[in-house]
Design a protein around this ligand. Structure first.
Ligand SMILES: CC(C)(COP(=O)(O)OP(=O)(O)OC[C@H]1O[C@@H](n2cnc3c(N)ncnc32)[C@H](O)[C@@H]1OP(=O)(O)O)[C@@H](O)C(=O)NCCC(=O)NCCS
Length: 189
């Protein structure tokens, strides 16, 4: 049995260790990390799953980005401990955080990952067709999911590091105001 908790500052070391364990060495050299540098994660969406012994079984983080100058979420990293993979924990982390993102008013989510896994949550390559991602990311791995119908319809352009847009929609502004809640650390390197 796992409990889903919002990530706290004290969780950061364990979460980083989990990501180091789950991903290939050099993960922070990926271009998605350049989009996270100097930007605080969306704290309300960064979740950890702890088992009955309080050990972390999985974790997910989100950062705000701009897609063609419009606010969006960058999903990831997400990882499940190698000994707990295939039990549905990854699906719980992704589905629950997406539900929370929608209730917070976010309308767009992008990620770099495998479509065969993420399509079950609504992510497709086709939805991201108008977007470009900083190299050297393989464009075939850039996926997008509209939390509101049509949210990506007129979106064509680069995925860029977050900066407060000049005219953000009301819903997205509300979400960003909540981003410092409960994770108070700075963005991970
Ligand atoms: C990807 C990951 C988060 C999934 O978590 P999980 O708890 O093992 O996944 P779930 O139990 O929810 O789902 C398991 C299913 O997803 C499938 N799956 C897992 N990774 C997949 C992938 N990369 N591509 C396609 N399918 C995948 C499994 O084969 C399994 O399929 P089944 O339901 O038909 O048996 C986990 O495997 C992990 O941490 N991997 C290493 C880190 C990583 O790659 N993170 C994602 C970066 S994009």
């Amino acid at each position: 049995m796992f409990r889903l908790l919002t990530e706290k500052t004290d969780d950061a070391y364990e979460v980083e260790y989990l990501f180091d364990l789950a991903f290939a060495p050099g993960r922070t050299a990926l271009s998605s990390y350049r989009l996270r540098e100097g930007v605080e994660p969306v704290g309300a969406l960064c979740l950890v799953a702890r088992d009955e012994f309080d050990a972390i079984g999985g974790a997910i983080r989100y950062w705000p980005v701009l897609t063609a100058s419009e606010p969006a979420l960058l999903l990831g990293p997400v990882a499940v401990h190698p000994t707990r993979q295939g039990e549905g924990l990854g699906a719980v982390l992704v589905a629950e955080s997406l539900d929370r993102a929608k209730s917070l008013g976010w309308s767009r989510v992008v990620l770099v990952g495998d479509e065969p896994y993420y399509k079950r949550f609504g992510f497709t390559r086709a939805t991201a067709a108008g977007l470009t991602f900083p190299p050297p990311t393989n464009p075939d791995r850039l996926l997008a999911h509209a939390l509101q119908p049509g949210a990506f319809d007129a979106i064509a352009g680069p995925v860029e590091r977050w900066q407060a847009p000049k005219a953000a929609g009301q819903a997205d502004t509300t979400a960003i105001e909540k981003k410092s809640d409960p994770v108070t650390r700075k963005a991970v390197p």
